[in-house]
Every structure is written in C-alpha cells, then in structure tokens.
Design a protein around this ligand. Sequence first.
Ligand SMILES: [Zn+2]
Length: 550
Amino acid sequence: MSKLRTILAIFLLLAPISGFAKDYFIRIVPQPESIELQSGTFKAIGAGVSCDDAFDAASRTVVQEFAARMSLVTGKVSAFAVPVGIAASASAGKIKGFVFIRDSRMSDEEYRIEIGKKSVIVRASGFYGLKYAVESIKQMLPEAIYGNSVGVKADWHLPCAVISDKPRFSYRGMHLDCARHFFSVDAVKRYLDIMSVYKLNRFHWHLSDDQGWRVEIEQYPELTLVGGYRSGTMIGRDFNSDDGIRYGGYYTREQIREVVDYAAKLGITVIPEIDLPGHMLAAMSAYPWLGCSGGPYEAWHKWGVADEVLCAGKETTYEFLENVLGEIADLFPGEYIHIGGDECPKTEWEKCPDCQAKIAELGLKADGKFSAEQYLQCYVTARMQAFLATKGKKIIGWDEILEGELAKGATVMSWRGVDGGKEAASHGFDAIMTPTSHCYFDYMQSQDKDKEPVGIGGNLPLEKVYSFEPLEGMPAGAENHILGVQANLWTEYISTEEHLQYMLLPRLMALSEVQWCKPENKDFEGFKTKLSEHELKILDAMGYNYRRLD
Ligand SMILES: [Zn+2]
C-alpha cells in the first residue's frame, strides 16, 4: 500500500468520529417552527459571545448568563462582550462566535438562529425572543450545559442550520396547587426552572383553598397564622381516616415577591389564584364572620367540595375580599388575577337570611336556566372584577363563571372539558383551555395501579397529553379568543416534591408542544425519540425526578 493510500484510508476511518461526517440531529422541545439543517458544524467551546448594546439590561443578562454557563461547563472561557454597531459588523461577516442581534421587526416571542461554521447569529426583538433562542441553543448542546459539572468533556459542536421559530399560543401555562399541600419556595423555583426550559410563560399559583391559606395578607394576619394550618389530614384515599397531625405553611409577602422576581427573570408571569366564594374554609376558620352561619369553622382535613362558603349577603364579606385582593394586586405585577369561582355549593345561601336579603335587594330571580343563588355568584364575580379593574387587573375564573351572566373582559379557564372554552370564545370572551381530559396532571400516567403512586385516579398518559388539539371543533371566528393552554397539578394526594416532579415530568414536555407547535409540526413518535435520546438526560442533569417512558 502506498503512503498516500494509507493516509487516505486512515482519514476515511477517522471521518465518522471526527465530526466531519458525523450525523447531527437537532432535538429541541418544543419543536421549532422551521429547521433547515446544513452541512458542517460550529465549534461552540470557547466561542466568544457578543450581545448587541441595543438590547435592554434584562436581555443582556440572559446572554451573559449563557456565556457564563458555557465557560463553566466546558471549562474554556466564552468571553462576553457588548459591542456597539454589532448588526453592521455581523452582516459584513466580521464577527465570530455567538452574536446576538436586536431586530425590532420581529414579534416579541420570535427568534431566528443562523448557525454557520464560524458564527451563530441570533436575532430577536427583545427579552422573550432572546430567551427562547438561548433555550433552543442549550437544547442543541450536550445535556451537561444544564448541570453544574465543571469542564465536561463532550461534543461541544452545533450542527449548521437555520432555525426560525415563534409560538402558536401566547398563553402557555402550568398551574400548581400549594393549598392542599404546601411546597417550599425552593421547590416552587425548581418548578419554574423546568417550565422555563420548555418555554412556558404563565405560572398559575393556587394559593388558597379549604385546606389551607398560603399567602400572607397584612390586614388579616390570622389568614395564615390560623388558616395556614389544619389539625389533621385524611390518609391516602380513605375519607373516614385522619392522621391527626398538624400540617401547613405559608409564604410571607417577601417570599411571594422573591418568587415573582425569580419567575420574571425566567420569562414567566405569575398569576395568583384566590378561589372565591367557595373553597374558603381555611379563611373562614380564621375569620368565622365570613361564613353564613358564623361558624366555628376548621381548615378541612379531607378533599372534595365543602358546603360552607363565603356569605354573599353581608357587606363585611365584600370589604374583606376587596382588602385581600387589593394586597394581592400589589404583590403580583401581572395583568391577571384568578378569582376561582368553581365548585361553590349554594345550600348555605338558600338558607341564609343575609344572602336571601341580598338576592331580594338585587332583584335576582331564577329563570329556569339558573337559580337566584347562581345569579348571586355572578354578582360576587362582577363586583370583584369591577374592583380589580380599579387596580388595573383583569380576572380569570374557572368555567363555572359562565353560569348566569358574565361581565365583559373576564377570561374563562375551561376545565370541565373544552365546551366552556368554546362557549366563552363564541361569546367574545377570552378563554384558556385546561380540560380534565388532557390537562390534569394529578391524574395517573397509566392504568397500572401497582406501578403508579396513590393518587386521585384517572388516566392521562403522555401520548394523550400530546394529542390535545385545543382548537378542534372551535366555532368559526372564535379561535382568536383562545389565548392558549394550561395544565393543572392539584396536590390532594401529592405531599412531596419528588412525587410532584414525577407527576409533572415528562408530561410538561408534551404540554409544551401542544402550546408552542402548530399541528403540522407535531409528531408523537419523533417527540418520544427526542425524549429518550436527549430530553430525559436534561432532567437527569438538572436533578429532577420523572416518570420513565413506557
Ligand atoms: Zn349568607
């Protein structure tokens, strides 16, 4: 064999592992709108990171943190710089490495990534697009980018490609019930962290219920000091049992602000829920005058729907609600406050002289479709909506708020199936789809009762979450009122963070493709491949517990 042929043979032998002929894939969840894979790769290790000075400080921080993370995990410095006139130098091909350019023509959440052999040019108009571009770049890198190991030896290359992306829905939510079981600020932050990886942008925080009041209110300290605790909890699914153990906890105002700020840095807006006028036993245990009978009441030990609700006849109830919601409006800067409105039995109102007097005063009458008491709940909703409007806030309520009359400007969360959302949207209300059929992450992930932890029951496997099409059967012209999709995680049967994460993951990833991708960009088999080849490794690197794939 001649020397030349030997060299050629060695070259061909080495080619498949040298990166030259390696088969690169792009695995990103949620799937971007468009990916054009090209030949060649970009060497990301040690690449400089330049950020346009036209971006605001929060946006530049996102890019700077990416540079810092690259430096940490690769062990080779990715120098960060904020040059002036970067757009001109980049288009002249003068800049190498990662280049983040502000393009004001793009929509808020849109981004574009052009990966060449010498540079990765990212374009976005501001914080959100930039944030999502960085998340997509991180997903193309080895999973070590998510961990805290230093100087990891891995294939730090990106395949050359052009990625253009923007979300299908503007509201991409995940809910967490911290009332039935309490989760620490750190646990909530870890919940937000993983939402952020998958480009979710709304955190619906359920902060009050029959079993516990979790948010400190200055004017009513007993809400948390008394209402934040229950003297026992039913055991497993046995409604006749009680462990007799005091249970509870709450978030101080300072902790609430800490979570809100933390979420904002991740591009997530927090939507607090104060569920009213039902699901209020914990508040009533602290202030019994809130109820029709005057109590005494006790924070509930079991799950379900309590008959005792706020008295809608006494003015003192409205004063209380306005004071509480006023403080909530101050604590949470987002435009929405969720006022619940679900599962409010009317048995007490039917007997209560104050409630009946209010019904008479307002001239409310049963009309064959709804009872006078149902119209009384509409009055409560409308009054809170009007009050919150004075604070610059809009309300969201569960789909029961459609029963009777609903004032313009309210947003409906469709949970008892999708019909509430369709009805709301066809009447010109905005709606968010969160049906039990596809979006209740407290439901089990298979029918194998021996394999799954004790829970509320149901069966919502990964594939079913993935299959959800929120606009299916939507009346013509109503589509634009569907703001987006959210999954809910109620915690009656979930008391540990490990269990919480197991219920959340990997269903959160399936949800993210429902929220982000157009139907033609979804493919369950491809999604599952992304999970098994890469996404679950990200969860391992970040230290999450999750359900293994079937
Ligand atoms: Zn009453």
